[in-house]
Design a protein around this ligand. Structure first.
Ligand code: NAP
Length: 486
């Protein structure tokens, strides 16, 4: 498949280990979810290849950790610039393998690159502390040091940004990385590796392997050389990895699944709410961890709101190939993802939900699901309790603020939550009571590199982005300097 790239050499297909591109006999086809066509095939890594990548990262760490923060920042800044110079090509690769519309792919490339620029700057601010001494013969201080080799495992829904959100702080902190990208979407990651090489990031600092999770995952988690795992993906896989990491007591960061409530109080600006909900629910066809999963509408405005939402979804959303003009929603990642959505909708309808619009697989093909709204949903239905990961908005009504906070918090996960209200007292009460790591008030899209991203409960641990994002890649060392009495 010809992607008509300005620079075709960005379409890399090898393993990237110690700065070298390596071909392998066993390959994996990468398909375009919009057409089902094979884009290309990529080399897959064996356990030995993964070990080789870990060794390369370990050797590189010995010298990279000695490089000053200012010197580490320079190639990261060049990497950022190269990504922005190749913005269009990277977006085309992303749309081809992931399916999201080209405008969203461009947005993701810029969003992902911003983390690199941010952490290149932040590395220069890895401060320690001096601590008041308990007696005058000693002085106490605290320094921060890079943790070592980091394994990064990432999902397919943001094949560029989920990687840069890990690699940038790790490398800026002085760590080196071995990345395992999602099998559906390795090409965006490999293009990033090619640009990292061109930016002059030293060999072995960034390594990328693609292939079977059952081979690469356990090799990374069992390795005592790997001192940290940073994972983004499902809660289910996160729990497996947590158990595996216990064997070598690794530091872990977990960015896992969500079940975002989107609450509309009766004092909300309804037009702004519709805009926010369309963005939060239907972006990437509902396949983001911070996508709205449950829409809570105050009973008194339910009829007016649902009529406006149906009108907006039917008139403003259009599904199709992410490369086509005017399309707002691409396909889902694969047939399995569509089946999950079909099953959730069918089970909800069987329990009393009604379809207000959409509700079936599109005639465009097996990977396309219609933007859908369900009415009459209750918070105990599977569609409200499980992560939908598709373009379906279930509407649930509520009477009081207390009731909706209880319903919103009635889930084992806590990543993002949203609510719309113009009452300043309510704004503070509700934001403080929501058991979520991220709260958007009168906004549907809230993530950026300057703010901390992460969840509570089974949505994970650790934070990505912001001044806190470096902490996950640093160890704190206490130094006591004694014998100072004259
Ligand atoms: P997934 O099935 O958990 O896979 C994520 C990554 O883990 C992929 O690279 C996958 O490899 C790998 N993997 C799967 N099983 C593994 C194992 N046993 N050992 C080691 N690695 C393993 O998740 P997904 O379907 O790609 O992504 C969707 C999920 O990610 C959703 O739950 C979403 O909420 C979550 N997510 C969270 C955030 C956040 O920041 N909190 C951001 C984005 C997505 P293969 O591709 O080879 O199977």
């Amino acid at each position: 498949m010809d992607l008509q790239l300005n620079d075709p050499s960005l379409l890399q297909t090898g393993l990237f280990i110690n700065g070298q591109w390596l071909d392998r006999e066993i390959t994996l086809d990468v398909t375009d979810p919009a057409t089902g066509k094979v884009i290309t095939s990529v080399a897959t890594a064996s356990a030995e290849d993964t070990e080789q990548a870990i060794t390369a990262a370990s050797v590189a760490f010995d010298s990279w950790k000695m490089v000053t923060a200012k010197e580490r920042a320079a190639p990261l800044q060049r990497w950022f610039k190269l990504i922005m110079e190749n913005h269009d090509d990277l977006a085309k690769i992303l749309t081809a393998e992931q399916g999201k519309i080209l405008a969203e792919a461009k947005g993701e490339i810029a969003y992902g690159a911003n983390y690199i620029e941010w952490f290149a700057e932040e590395a220069k601010r890895i401060y320690g502390d001096t601590i008041p001494q308990p007696s005058n013969d000693r002085r106490l201080l605290c320094i921060k040091q890079p943790i070592g080799v980091v394994a990064c495992i990432t999902p397919w829904n943001f094949p560029n940004a989920m990687l840069t959100r890990k690699i940038a702080p790790a490398v800026a902190a002085g760590c080196t990385v071995v990345c395992k990208t999602a099998s559906e979407t390795p090409l965006s990651a490999l293009a990033l590796a090619e640009l990292a090489k061109r930016a002059g990031i030293p060999d072995g600092v960034i390594n990328m392997v693609v292939g079977k999770a059952s081979i690469i995952g356990p090799t990374l988690t069992a390795s005592p050389t790997v001192r940290k795992l940073s994972f983004t993906g499902s809660t289910e896989v996160g729990k497996i990895l947590l158990k595996e990491c216990a064997g070598t007591v690794k530091k872990v960061s977990m960015e896992l699944g969500g079940n975002a409530p989107f609450i509309i109080f009766d004092d909300a600006d309804l037009d702004a709410t519709i805009d926010g909900l369309l963005a939060s629910k239907y972006r990437n066809s509902g396949q983001t961890c911070v996508c709205t999963n449950r829409v809570f509408v105050q009973k008194s405005i339910e009829k007016e709101f649902s009529a406006k939402l149906v009108e907006a979804v039917e008139s403003r959303l259009s599904i199709g190939n992410g490369f086509a003009e005017g399309v707002t929603n691409g396909p889902l990642i694969n047939k399995g993802a569509v089946s999950t959505v079909v099953d959730l909708v069918e089970r909800s309808v069987a329990q009393g939900a009604c379809i207000l619009t959409g509700g079936s697989v599109s005639e465009l093909g097996e990977n396309y699901y219609q933007p859908t709204i369900l009415g009459n949903v209750t918070n105990d239905m599977p569609i409200a309790q499980e992560e939908i990961f598709g373009p379906v908005a279930p509407l649930i009504t509520f009477e009081t603020e207390e009731e909706v906070i209880d319903m919103a918090n009635d889930t084992n996960v806590g990543l993002a939550a949203y609510f719309y209200s113009r009452d300043i007292g309510r704004v503070w009460r509700v934001s403080e009571q929501l058991e979520y790591g991220i709260v958007g008030i009168n906004e549907g899209i809230i993530s950026n590199e300057m703010a901390p991203f992460g969840g509570v409960k089974e949505s994970g641990m650790g934070r990505e982005g912001s001044k806190y994002g470096l902490d996950d890649y640093l160890e704190m060392k206490y130094i006591c300097m004694g014998g100072l009495d004259s």
